[in-house]
Design a protein around this ligand. Structure first.
Ligand code: UT7
Length: 331
């Protein structure tokens, strides 16, 4: 029997219009364009202005996706939305997105795995395709990080941006799509990157608001150390398991948290810079949206049969790598 795999058959993306530059951040906190570029690789990031939420960015990304495929919203059976900035604590942003796009026949849920959220969601979505349960699954990575950031904290405000990316998964019988994955969680790292208040552990109060405990807190140096090792090790493991080398991979598609982490992963994988997707310079770290936004930016360069290695590391800790054989030539 031919094995059923889950292929990515369309991509959509969206970034807000407003550009927050390093120069503007120089006016807000004690930092410099030079420091930010040198330590992170970021030049600018996008910020969602006005009364708009994560679901609104996801809807824009999906409009872009549907314009590129014959699939209609009512054909979608499942929507998985990876995010750390849902519209509400509940209900799930996936159900709001389904309503806004008219996906009347879909069920859906949100998935929380910090910066590894898109990889975890992609792996989850692929199982519904491989099992034969569904034929059309949307996997979305979206974050409005600007609502989680203290713009007086130079340790974090320079890093993050807003954006959304989405892929359509469909069954494939020719060996294209998601071919292997390795995903990891280690909750003992939770204190190094988190939003301290607002959950059931430490619920919202006047004090938590006054103490700014609803913003992203990160011990950057510690996370950096774990991220460099975690992302490089897991990428290496999935490559070796599938007989892949730097020569046989078309692109590394890394989570965009810090260019130095990306460079270390690429070097370990034996990949030259031209084989590494990079857009951190213009979007910063959009958390769950970084990987689909890379695919969105590089879609025209991808060819059917290309071997892609997705890799991420994030809060939790959570990390992983996914091997994808690209399924189509873009128009
Ligand atoms: O996506 C989820 C996973 N997250 C990550 O992977 C992020 C991992 N961490 C990082 O990317 C880096 O640790 C950062 C970019 C956050 C920080 O870079 P770093 O090279 O680790 O800097 P540092 O925290 O060790 O700080 C070095 C110096 C400190 O000054 P002193 O103590 O040496 O005098 C900081 O106070 O740089 C200072 N500093 C800044 N200076 C100018 C920290 N932030 C800034 C800033 N502008 N924005």
């Amino acid at each position: 029997m031919t094995k059923l795999t889950a292929a990515i058959t369309a991509i959509g993306g969206y970034v807000p219009e407003y550009i927050l530059t390093n120069k503007e951040l120089e006016q807000m906190v004690n930092t410099s364009d030079e420091w930010i570029q040198e330590r992170t690789g970021i030049t600018e990031r996008r910020i969602l202005k006005g009364d708009r939420a994560s679901s609104d960015m996801a809807v824009e990304a999906l409009k872009d996706l549907f314009a590129k495929t014959q699939t209609r919203p009512e054909d979608i059976e499942l929507i998985i939305c990876a995010t750390v900035s849902p519209d509400y604590v509940h209900p799930a942003t996936a159900s709001i997105i389904a309503d806004k796009i008219g996906a009347k026949n879909a069920w859906g849920f949100d998935l929380s795995a910090a910066c590894s959220g898109f990889l975890f969601a992609l792996n989850t979505g692929s199982k519904f395709i491989e099992s034969g349960a569904h034929k059309k699954v949307l996997v979305i990575g979206v974050d409005k990080m600007s609502c989680r950031i203290d713009y007086e904290d130079r340790n974090t405000c320079i890093l993050f941006g807003d954006g959304a990316g989405a892929v359509l998964l469909e069954p494939n019988k020719e060996g294209y799509g998601i071919l292997d994955s390795e995903l990891k969680t280690d909750g003992s790292g939770r204190q190094f990157l988190l939003q301290k208040a607002g959950g059931s552990h430490y619920h919202t109060s006047i004090d938590t608001v006054m103490n700014k405990e609803h913003f992203v807190y990160q011990e950057g140096k510690t996370v950096f150390k774990f991220a460099v090792k975690g992302m490089a090790d897991i990428t290496d493991m999935v490559m070796k398991r599938n007989g892949l080398t730097g020569g046989s991979i078309a692109f590394l598609v890394p989570h965009q948290a810090n260019k130095r982490i990306i460079d270390a992963t690429a070097e370990r994988a034996g990949l030259p810079p031209e084989k590494v997707m990079l857009n951190i310079q213009k979007y910063g770290n959009t958390t769950c949206a970084t990987i689909p936004l890379c695919l969105w930016d590089y879609e025209k360069q991808l060819k059917k049969g290309d071997n892609l290695m997705f890799a991420a590391f994030g809060g939790g800790f959570s990390w992983g790598a996914i091997y994808v054989k690209w399924a189509y030539n873009s128009q």
